[in-house]
Design a binder for this molecule. Structure first.
Ligand code: 13P
Length: 252
């Protein structure tokens, strides 16, 4: 399977910085033949990002979506709107949506379905808090998040671009990357869950990304772990050179 390296820009960067970063990534991307690359800018920059990235192999995604197509939902952005501005992908259930904005498991299911209904490739983000890990609940929490988010997901839908991102909450933005052994254990569990739920063929084609303090200096080590098929990068994706190094798996 091809690796999927993605940059989640979260709530960062000015319009001018977004333009400059996209221009640099676009220029570098002509040599990124062996990897799938995606970026997730803030909503307000998506339309312009689509124009800059048009014709390049870099895919564009949104950081969230609401499941209704339109209506009186102040502040929300729908799947048809994301398609309309040129998105191909969307993140669902990111840890900050869950923990800062109180998103519930049931909502992730509706969002995954809305993504598929609108031809968007969803990445379901899962991961335990430090308290849950210390209580030995990692597997239980990740399984619950998979079960809820993918409740109605069929094998046929999954083939249209589902990916999973394992992002331990305690590793996000903290500089504390999970150890390869910890990453390997959870990724193997996710692969087994996918195999059980969607069949071996779909499971083997569904990228499982790791996220949480991925940088150019640790990407080699993390990508060498079995069942790690890519990375979802936060902070280190905000700067062209560091993201480029991650895409090219070069250590500093
Ligand atoms: P950091 O790489 O900044 O830890 O963020 C990870 C993340 O949440 C990506 O979605």
């Amino acid at each position: 399977m091809r690796s999927l390296i993605a940059g989640n820009w979260k709530m960062n960067l000015s319009r001018a910085e977004v333009r400059a970063l996209l221009e640099s990534l676009r220029a570098a991307s002509s040599s990124w033949d062996a990897v799938d690359v995606a970026v997730y800018p803030p909503f307000v920059y998506l339309a312009e990002a689509a124009e800059i990235l048009s014709g390049s192999a870099i895919e564009l995604g949104a950081q969230d979506l609401y499941w209704k197509p339109s209506g009186a939902f102040t502040g929300a952005i729908s799947g048809p709107m994301l398609r309309d501005v040129g998105c191909q992908r969307v993140l669902v259930g990111h840890s900050e949506r869950r923990h800062v904005f109180g998103e519930q498991d049931e909502e992730t299911e509706q969002k995954i379905q809305a993504a598929f209904a609108n031809g968007l490739k969803p990445t379901l983000c899962v991961g335990e808090t430090i308290g849950e890990r210390e209580n030995g609940q990692t597997e239980q929490v990740v399984e619950r998040q998979l079960q809820s988010g993918l409740e109605g997901c069929t094998a046929e839908q999954a083939k249209r671009g589902l990916s999973i991102a394992y992002e331990p909450v305690w590793a996000i933005g903290t500089g504390h990357t999970a150890k390869p052994s910890q990453v390997g254990e959870v990724h193997a569990m996710i692969r087994a869950w996918l195999t059980d739920r969607l069949g071996a063929e779909v499971a083997s084609e569904t990228p499982i990304q790791y996220g949480g303090s991925v940088k150019a200096s640790n990407v080699d080590q993390l990508m060498a772990v079995a069942d790690v098929d890519g990375a979802l990068v936060g902070g280190a994706s905000l700067e062209a050179e560091s993201f480029q190094r991650i895409v090219e798996f070069q250590s500093v």
